[in-house]
Design a protein around this ligand. Sequence first.
Ligand SMILES: NC(=O)c1ccc[n+]([C@@H]2O[C@H](COP(=O)([O-])OP(=O)(O)OC[C@H]3O[C@@H](n4cnc5c(N)ncnc54)[C@H](O)[C@@H]3O)[C@@H](O)[C@H]2O)c1
Ligand SMILES: O=C(O)C[C@H](O)C(=O)O
Ligand SMILES: [Mn+2]
Length: 541
Amino acid sequence: MIDADRILNDPFLNKGTAFTKAERAKLGLVGTLPAKVQTIDEQAQRVYEQYELRPDGMQKRKFLMEIFNTNRTLFYYVLQQHLVELLPVVYDPVIAPAVEKYSEIFMKPQGAAFLSIDDPDNIKESLLNAASGRQIKLIVVTDGEGILGIGDWGANGVNIAVGKLMVYTAAAGIDPREVLPVSLDVGTNNQELIDDPFYLGNKHERVAGKKYYDFVDKFVKAAREAFPGVYLHFEDFGRDNATKILKEYRQDLPIFNDDVQGTGIVCLSGVLGALNISGEKFTDQIFLIFGAGTAGMGIANMLYREMLVEGMDPQEAKKHFYLVDKQGLLFSDTPDLTPEQKPFVRERSEFKNSEELTNLEAVVKAVHPTVMIGTSTKPGAFTEAVVKEMAAHTARPIIFPISNPTKLIEAHAEDLIKWTDGRALVATGIPSDPVEYKGVTYHIGQANNALIYPGLGLGVLASQAKLVPDELLSAAAHSLGGIVDPKKPGAAVLPPVAKLQSFTAKEAVAVVQTAIDLGIASRDVLDAKKATEAMKWEARY
Ligand SMILES: NC(=O)c1ccc[n+]([C@@H]2O[C@H](COP(=O)([O-])OP(=O)(O)OC[C@H]3O[C@@H](n4cnc5c(N)ncnc54)[C@H](O)[C@@H]3O)[C@@H](O)[C@H]2O)c1
Ligand SMILES: O=C(O)C[C@H](O)C(=O)O
Ligand SMILES: [Mn+2]
């Protein structure tokens, strides 16, 4: 006898009012549901109408999470039907307060694995328990140290892993049964959490150094043992750890850091899209990265690699980059440089006034960037003066203020369009409404890694690639071309989120083909399109 309660409470099995009469008879559900058998469309309409009644983003998100927790198929059906409207609610920017309030409004563990540094011997068991018999192919893991731009949120960070996985399924059709969010709870340095009686994570300082890396290593090994071949997506680790961990494992297993690589891909894609509009050459660009941290250096490396692919000499290519961080323009003698920043620093002898280059405006004046990307978490840093100075020296300034969430953005799209009299080619990390200016509607691309990591992931899973080398990242970045019509006035530099599912599929095929060409795909994978299509889960009963 199958237990009705168990079925109705299992989000992977439950269809609610959509169970047919025959299913109700077979599964012991007769009498446990109202008489009417609904279609998924009818259920989705009901859910959407209820959703609309909720007064704000957080309430809307909470309501959607209830659907997520009770009926995963219905949740994804509704999400895909209203993707443009719902994505900012389940993901960025509403995900930010949802992380901050995670412990206060804790509802359900949402199938996540919670791994504690104070209990390092039970990692594999914890992963298997959380998977509950499901064969996991994709893990999104976070240690919560650098959530978006809002900092250390400890174990509350698990919400970002849950949210990123929602985007994987909504955009790329990754089977939600095959994914696992993981929280590495190593403590927190956020005093607000330590003082919060409701905080659900470990109430001690973040463990660092060898003990921390050993714990990460145990997690990586246990995950591979529990789920052979699993693709590991790292999200929102701190600046000191993100790239270090990526480098440690990249040569051995399929691993991806979204903030480093995902952001790099989407920004390269956006720059290529912008140059498609302006007609300028990639190798003529001067790049200024404002906020040379995890994301900023991921972007710099991706753009740099593209310079080499375009045939530029490595030393010459480096000269096209300027990094600005808290210290101002980064020079070889600047204190506290990170290992990632060091290869891209400049010499003081290049400038007459190097001592003065301690703020963005002075640097823009001195180096005349053609592309300026903001990953600084410094709101409003791209001031009118900075932007006008940049625009005085280049016909189509490419400006991507991509710090998240909304309150941290370096400039708003509308201002950038106005300050440059419609010349700026803009993308933002959060969704931005189109800007009406002098009779033209400017569409604003969303330079958020969510536009590309689902397609890359689908490609990696479909090809069963053993590694994720630079060539796959490059294939992903180049796959987004040809979707936007660059000749249309006000065209966006990236394709619209409304088309996310179709360009994600295109991207995945490009990634699988590249994996086949490189010889890192599974031997059985011969046809990129077929392999990609075969992976796709659809939200239907
Ligand atoms: N749109 C996207 O897809 C995307 C992806 C990743 C990160 N981001 C955003 O980028 C921002 C940075 O994220 P991260 O993971 O790189 O963080 P990080 O902490 O690794 O890097 C931030 C960098 O900015 C520097 N910085 C801080 N204040 C500054 C200031 N006043 N002036 C100049 N530099 C300053 C820091 O020193 C650091 O080097 C966040 O807001 C995050 O949401 C966006
Ligand atoms: O989560 C996002 O919206 C993008 C990015 O990964 C970030 O950390 O800001
Ligand atoms: Mn992130």
